[in-house]
Design a protein around this ligand. Sequence first.
Ligand code: FAD
Length: 426
Amino acid sequence: MTAALNTQVCVVGGGPAGLALALELARYSREVVVVEQSGHFNRSFRGESISPDSVWMLDRLGILDQVRHSTLRTERMVITDGGRDVLSSDFSAFDQPSPYPMELPQPVLLEALAAEAGLHPGFSLLRRTTATALRYEGDRVAGVTCSGPDGPLEIHAKLVVAADGRFSKIREMAGLRYDKIPLERDFVWFKTPMPDGWDPHTLRVRILGDRHGLFIPTVPDLIRVGFNIPKGGLRELRKEGIGALHQRIDELAPELSVGVRESVKGWTDTSMLDIFTAVVPEWSMPGLVLIGDSAHTLTPVLGQGVNHAIVDAITLAPLVSRALLARDPETALNEAGRAFQAAREDSVSAARRLQMRQERAFELSNPAAVLLRRAVYRLVNRSGFLKRAIVGGVYYQLQDSVRRSGRPLELAPGGRRVEPVGDPKR
Ligand SMILES: Cc1cc2nc3c(=O)[nH]c(=O)nc-3n(C[C@H](O)[C@H](O)[C@H](O)COP(=O)(O)OP(=O)(O)OC[C@H]3O[C@@H](n4cnc5c(N)ncnc54)[C@H](O)[C@@H]3O)c2cc1C
């Protein structure tokens, strides 16, 4: 016989979006079940750069202190094009409560969110449990069918939240349309020891023609490296052997040549990111809301995926919490889904626009276009106004909007209060 359980909210996916939402709902004393197909949180190479707004949020959620031992602060970003530094941004120059991005391995973040949520009686996390179908009552989504370690399971819920990531099956099953826009590049990631003399607080972007690499210092004493390859080009690169990767790094970061040969001996030491962006016109339908990557997949530029996942969660939680107490919860939940999208869409679009501009700049290879790209970087470098508009427009959206509105962000009891006009720099 199929086991069944009832809950107010069923979240599919225990990534940053799903767990942050579940934590907030549990703190509002709502019942929430998270189903997560994996038995562990041990995913390397994923979502490790945390944008300043989310660092601020994690602090306010009371999570930052718990994970601080595994973090590394990024204090500046330097872009080098053709061997010369063309743009440097020092984040201490931004007058924000939380000006710095941070490196934080995703397993540490997810463990902390799950542990904190687990302190509340309304929260359960079902690991090794995969949502395989949506359940409907009439036209309304009313739960999910899962396959778990003890067999099939039916979860009945007033609201299902699809936090199941960039390849969301729930979005597919619900028939919610999306436009997947592939970009010209894919990305190969790996980690290598930080060589002596490498500044652990500087994120470096190095560009040579249409090749580029990201060099992000991370814990413990490592550099997370990502470099571009042509779309779908991994098979070709792999045929050339791991020496092709070593040579690519020799070109972009000769300081790492020795370390990379010792630490990356085969392709299994690397991870590939298929870069695309997904635009979803409707983020909700009766009984279902999409959040995080399933609602809006972004590219790696300025590490925005985890940020928007967390901000989605804290935006949706109070709307859902109130709707569940309404006289007509179904209508109120439908309105909450629409209000959530209205609150978040502009912010996601602004990040996507900047990312797409940078993606196009990365693709340039003809000499005149490359010269123009360098000139634009230098122009931005000289202008505090442009830096604030470009970097600030992505990194500090939330902090700026809270400051402008003069109203604290709404967080569940148990998190810290978010000050309306910003607290002292830390
Ligand atoms: C290689 C790589 C590097 C990245 N680096 C960065 C970075 O530095 N900074 C950054 O901000 N972002 C980065 N990202 C993007 C970032 O990881 C995502 O944007 C972020 O994790 C999105 O969070 P999410 O909770 O929406 O989805 P996810 O983190 O993808 O979580 C979805 C969860 O749903 C589970 N799931 C899926 N289907 C089901 C199902 N049917 N039933 C049950 N569970 C299911 C999955 O197992 C997963 O745990 C990177 C991504 C990759 C792949």
